[in-house]
Unconditional design. Sequence first.
Length: 500
Amino acid sequence: MKGGQKIVFIFVNIIAFCNGSSEECKPKVAVIGGGIGGASAAHFISELFENVVDIDLFEANKIGGRLATVTLQDDQFEAGGSVIHNRNQLMKRFAELLGLQPRPSSTNELYGIWNGDEFIFQESNYEMITLAKLIYRYGMDPVYLYRFVNSVLDDFDKIYELQDNGRGFRNVTDLLAAMNPRFPSMLQVSMKDHLKNLGYSARLIDELVQATLVVNYGQETDVQSFVGCVSVAGVGSSLWSVKGGNKGVVEGLINRHKHIRTRPYVVEKVSYNQKYDWSNGMLSSEDYPYTLTYKAKEEPHVQTDKYDIVIVTTPLTSDQRMPIRFENFPNNEDFMLSGNYQTTYATFIEGQLNATYFGLDGSIQGILSCNPEKTVISSVGKLSSVEGHESNVWKIFTRKSLSSEIIGRMFSKVNEKSGPIEHEWKAYPKYSINDKPGDFKLHNALYHENAIEWAASAMEMSAIGGRNVAILAYNDYMDHCKRLKGFGSKKRKLNFKIEL
Ligand SMILES: Cc1cc2nc3c(=O)[nH]c(=O)nc-3n(C[C@H](O)[C@H](O)[C@H](O)COP(=O)(O)OP(=O)(O)OC[C@H]3O[C@@H](n4cnc5c(N)ncnc54)[C@H](O)[C@@H]3O)c2cc1C
Ligand SMILES: *[C@@H]1O[C@H](CO)[C@@H](O)[C@H](O)[C@H]1NC(C)=O
Ligand SMILES: *[C@@H]1O[C@H](CO)[C@@H](O)[C@H](O)[C@H]1NC(C)=O
């Protein structure tokens, strides 16, 4: 009886190896960061492995990351990433998948561009008048710019089909070149020079284009021209947000998969287990290639866990609040990028705008600065709540913290019970034409989603970056695992003989 059981057991084992049961290729994955990039990566990993995977998603703060809300008077408002372009397909797909509704950006809000002395441009209630004003000040340039940016978006759209077909890219240059071979060179030319070379007027560049960069990225036209185009793409297009808050997409994507375990810890270190043998894998003395060291936020006690795949979805620049260390990698690599992130303050105030302060007599719902050194503010805008209710809440973007004295002059009837609330963000990369575009693939099974932010930072970009690292991780792991299985069955045969 005993011997018979043993033979059956061995037989079952052999069958399992011959069939190559998918259980054998079930990786343990760590995703570091619970923003849209981490959620996208975890979601697509789950899809690609058809749920035969274990994912630990580490988030030290709140799920959502740079997608977050603030509450004033029982209403919630977007505090970080807020608007989504109508051509952003992944964000659209996510919302549909999760049954979340779009909340269109209000169209009856009137914006003006302010240089600190005067409003050089103001929208009108009537679209035709707005267009006439634009042409009066800038000639046909805005029309050509709109067409130019749309042609960039047409090329950008190619990424969706490439990703649907399982294409992954090891670095930002490769990803951009797949959209259009000329895109990588856009990283080496400033937005200002790029548009100048195309024949646009200085006035258009210094006013309209500059105003979009100041409000979207807290920066000016010396940024590289790919992010410059992403910034301009919002103008004249329909924009939307997710009803209930954009962070609902992140929460929904994570909660939908049972095998994603959310772990509320700070990751301090990723170390490479040099004894892990990539050709022998699980049969070598180290079972897993990577060890994560992590701890609860306020506690000194650290814990460790081992993984087959590690996906970093938080920026690897030295200015981040919870930097990750890399240990024991070949050549002492630490994978840190040399750049910095732009600090943006978002201040929320419930009150009335003091039009006189801005030299206005009529009412206005939004002010964009094209001269932030002089105007102090980068932008001021009246908000609707995440449910779409109108409010008297205003959001002010600045590069420095706003003093209460200036707030007191810009606004009247400030509700002191509900604010002001200030949110300081390490918001997006500080762009220049000297940035070295980073790698998505850092090591054999170690990946970095946020490399994509150096092309342009936006929710959709992080969603695409997350999907890209998921595809890379899946393809690499399946190759690796198939090789191991070939080797593994040989080794098992040996054991089989010994047992007999
Ligand atoms: C003020 C502001 C306005 C914006 N406006 C827009 C907009 O209108 N439209 C748009 O498309 N985009 C906008 N963006 C950009 C957009 O929000 C970001 O590009 C996107 O949310 C980044 O997502 P992510 O997942 O890559 O990173 P994050 O959201 O930053 O996620 C990283 C997560 O990792 C966690 N983490 C970091 N280190 C560790 C660690 N060591 N251990 C554990 N967890 C860690 C963090 O807590 C964080 O939650 C805006 C951003 C800001 C700040
Ligand atoms: C990007 O990766 C490709 C290989 O896929 C490589 O040939 C190229 O040199 C890399 N580019 C950069 C800028 O690292
Ligand atoms: C509004 O701004 C003007 C100009 O800066 C200032 O003189 C006035 O006192 C402000 N009003 C209020 C109510 O703060």
